[in-house]
Design a protein around this ligand. Sequence first.
Ligand code: PXP
Length: 254
Amino acid sequence: MSGPLRLGVNIDHVATVRNARGGEYPDPLRAAKIAEEAGADGITAHLREDRRHISDRDIDRLMDHLTVPLNFEMAATEEMQQIALRHKPHAVCIVPEKREEKTTEGGLEVAREENRLAHYLAPLREAGCRVSIFVAADKRQIEAAHRIGGEVVELHAGAYCDAHAEGRFDDRDREFAALREMSQFAHSLGLEVHVGHGLTYDCVQPVAALPEVMELNIGHFLIGEAIFMGLDPAIRHMRGLMDGARRSEYRSAI
Ligand code: PXP
């Protein structure tokens, strides 16, 4: 019997559309409030170094007005640490960041930077933020995330989702097996397991059915679907698929 599965809605791309023209709309806070109503258990926002989507003011407003927890996605830089310590969000999710990338391309290279990251994270933990580390489904990185004091690992689902979308079924099955095995492994270390990046209606259910997975963070696809059906139904449909997958009849099929 698996526990409840939370949905974190990432609102970055509401800000992407706003910033394409400048000005005030569409408003990421308004999207976040609709997401709360539609059943999101949390809101995720990534304040990038180049501020290409979410702005500092968006974070101020989210902190002031959200009733569900904010998962503050950030690179492990001094600037972001100061911002996180000022706001003390419910959770910080540490991600790799490259200026030239379109989106977060891979997991954090934790093993190579273990000492620096352990020191970096300590004040965030002391401030009461739950520390999540975004990693590939890779044993070495998960072990390192555990050693540096991460409480949560978010496994990068991008390779699984891309293979699914492109019909590369052998790759998809291999990537899914890695997510399944590494969610079991992370759970056995005492880490809470989240999964995110690239999830859609078509590929969410096998991941949602993994009993060790406690939270899915989903953004780009939902904001895209909102263009066609509205944000509230887009989120409710995703919630329904997740909840359906959590039921035992689906789980017995994987
Ligand atoms: N989780 C993390 C750590 C991410 O970096 C992202 C993308 O910003 C997401 C989840 C959401 O991914 P997507 O927008 O592809 O659903």
